[in-house]
Design a protein around this ligand. Sequence first.
Ligand code: BES
Ligand code: ZN
Length: 633
Amino acid sequence: MRKAAFRRSILSAAFLGAACVPPASQPPAAVSLAPLPRDSHSFARPAEARVSHVALDLAPDFASRRLQGTARLTIQRAPSADSIVLDVRDLTIRRITDGAGNALGYNVGAAQQFLGSPLAIALPARGDVIVIEYQTSPEAAAVQWLSPEQTAGKRLPFMFTQGQAILTRTWVPTQDSPGIRQTYEAVVRVPAGMRAVMSAKQAGAENESDAEGRRVYRYRMENAIPPYLIALAVGDIAFRPIGTRTGVYGEPSVVDRAASEFVEVDQMIAAAEKLYGPYRWGRYDILVLPPSFPFGGMENPTLTFATPTILAGDRSLVSLVAHELAHSWSGNLVTNATWDDFWLNEGFTTYLESRIMEELRGRPYADMLRALGRQDMLKAVADAGGEAGADTRLRLDLRGRDPDDGLTDIAYEKGASFLQTVESVVGRTRLDGFLREYFDRFAFQPISSEGMIAYMRQRLLRGDESERIGIEQWVFQPGIPANIPAANSAAFAAVEQQIGAWRNGGPTSALQTSAWSTHEWLRFLRGLPDTISARRLAELDGAFRLTARGNSEILEEWLQIAIRNRYEPAFPALDRFLTTQGRRKFLTPLYTGLSKTDWGRAMAIDIYRRARPTYHSVAVNTIDQVLKWSEVK
Ligand code: BES
Ligand code: ZN
């Protein structure tokens, strides 16, 4: 019976090395598997069999740019199941066995764009363990291998992974769906002089070595997490403690700066715990990566990955840490069931981020963050084709698309605005109580948009509140509902007055900027007219040294202005910025701006030709599209 079903589900002729396993005297325990919403970005069939634990034993080989080793999966199966389907992309499978070393039949299906392949494995007759011997490709999309020259220390190479959204399958053979939670453990064998860090608790001794003289690091994640949160970095990595449960990792030349930039992290955790309940992950450390890290931050549990471009020296960009920390509740504890529900991760997190920053820095500061967020939202709506654009919906339909292309600021800023709207109707006290209860009720579980709404109706909303909010419209319809609360900032109102005077021809010397924070500078630069004369730009640059700014956010806004107006004195700085960091949020508008002009496209291509080999694959993917790179060469 089971055999027949297996034949039907997979072309058995394609199975390699299928072993003749004698009938098991004791069939493995079958469990009932809780139903999950269908995830169009995974081949897994979790109703039949699912991975519950991943045990990795991996060694990075910096010469061949591969990870090599084994993944030992613990599985749960339904009574009728005879195979398990995993997600794999660009992996070389050497051998698959059961826990006792008996070969298991398997088949790697045809690869699909960005999804990779289904890996179907015949379930073992005995036991619930599958051992996969494999290695990754040098092109594995999650992994970036950096040469020593691409690091701050210039002495040793570096590697790191980025799993979200569907890249974990390029380095770990597992069911790569955010609804399929797994605990994990890992043994990582690295060259002497290097350290391995992971999104988990360090489990072994500090200085273990193996027979081949490699340093051995052991990690264990006891909370079941979605596989996009499995993360690894290896390099010349030092540590500086901040508090008793917090600290920073990074290259030796950045850790001290980072520890000082992030001193408020314990206050952030205290604020988040006060609002949303206990932090459930043990330690909270931050790894500062080399500058090619493609994101601002990534909420890998116990170990946020962060770009060095937030080390401004004045703690002005640390709301990013509040954001990644907030994911310890929204995202890592309660997780979007599929990428169509991405806003449940990012919109809730953006709302929490502003609440945490309000606790730390006060209302006027948080008001500035929210006002900038609104500007980002309006830009995202415009980029998505305006108010009617299908991708301006919170609940997305990403079937057939690379989730990485469909995830925009809509999820962040329209998502946060939805919660601000709920707050405006029910008040802060009730919303805070609800969120705390929500994180507790759905802790370590996936949640869909429908599930969140049902729970909100059940536990929060009374009378006509649901209609006053217009939940269905907010979540399922395109555009921005009219009941969105205003996001005003008194500090920005003052900046806007100055912008007005300057736009009307007021002298640059009349601008009163000495008390401006980074955010006021950002508001100012965003409020300048699209077209500005070379003389006026030179005045601004001369008075405020904008081209020489070290604050990455301010510099990036200024460089956009420089591109729009072909302000050539800023071009060497533009070239430097695009070739010395690879944060996609900074690259995209600058390359886009250049490619829109008749003179800039050649410059963009010249810069990109040099920079492309230094960027992570997710940035390369985006900028290839921006510049239509396949048509270049
Ligand atoms: N989880 C995201 C990063 C991400 C999103 C990676 C989608 C892959 C796919 C992270 O929490 C994030 O949102 N980072 C932002 C910073 C934040 C302060 C808005 C970023 O990297 O810019
Ligand atoms: Zn986020």
